[in-house]
Ligand binder design. Sequence first.
Ligand code: ASP
Ligand code: MG
Length: 405
Amino acid sequence: MSLIVHKYGGTSVGSVERIKAVAEKIASKHRTGDKIVVAVSAMSGETNRLIGLAKDIQEEPSLREMDVLVSTGEQVTIALLCMALEAAGISARSYTGGQVRILTDEAHGKARIKEIDSHRIHADLDAGRVVVVAGFQGADDAGNITTLGRGGSDTTAVALAAALKADECQIYTDVDGVYTTDPRVVPDARRLDKITFEEMLEMASQGSKILQIRSVEFAGKYNVPLRVMSSFEDGPGTLISLEDDDQMEKPVVSGIAFNRDEAKLTIRGIPDQPGVAYKVLGAISEANIEIDVIVQNVAKDNSATITFTVHRNDLVRASALLEQIAADLGAEEVSSDDQIVKVSIVGVGMRSHAGVAATMFEALAAEGINIQLITTSEIKITVVIEERYLELAVRSLHSAFGLEQ
Ligand code: ASP
Ligand code: MG
């Protein structure tokens, strides 16, 4: 007998009909003898609707009250799903995060889970019930309702699976797995049977929005096998797990990720001296602006250039700061560009293969695509290119690494 945690996202529980369909799916798995714990999101659009109501009253509502408000979305779906399960002849019980006792810190809106009390859940499972838990929420030491950040139901599901020592955490969503790249860009992108936590983390942080990044980190840390699958059709989905050393023929590249959300800033003609990079980038991160790719170069005349990328939403703020820093340092010039994209090839197989970068650059060169920045990690090579070449770059890399069906 296995213990499986299921997670259903907003579209999967977006209407009463869908909730009934989810109940049928759970019921059929329950009849095979699996013990099942379910984490659910709010019905699609509901969390945004609630945030909208708050903003109609106050520009910056208290974070505590926001959590009281937005956590209600999930409370609706747990109750409706339990009713649908009971109607399908399965005994079920719902719990809010606070009722389970999903204990978090006090950081409203981005709380972290500290501990989960699994007693009530185990007792229900032993009594043959399906347990349905509200995703995205917990409670702090004092009992205040907290939420885990947008998309946080994924993290709830993984944390429950870790606490319950579940055999697998199955994320049911509107796609049938993780693909080699976005099928909207490359129609013959392929569903991956398996991918490692590390690769998924890179794909997610490069813009693949299937799973909340934190949930993947959590799954890796506690080694919870995660499976992304469709809630609308049957299929094996994609298993995300530890790297398996026995797999002789690891693909060199597992996927192509891309991100359209970044902008590039450059400061030119600064002194090549200790402390200069700190002055430039320290001031940016002190303003709570996240920096992604960073490249520094020193010219023949010993002046340095630093280029880095930030989220496009932060570009105006970052530019203003950089102008100030430039004035302080006597820099020659500051420039910015928001018509850029980041494209990455990702794969654990890269660790043991040489020449991967050359293949990547050759494919881009063949299309006449200029590379502006390059960064690498052990399992990833990222380039920054002009935005208008995004589709072309992704398609040519996808075929250069033989990822099509
Ligand atoms: N309902 C929350 C959100 O929309 C949490 C989730 O769906 O995972 O962000
Ligand atoms: Mg989601």
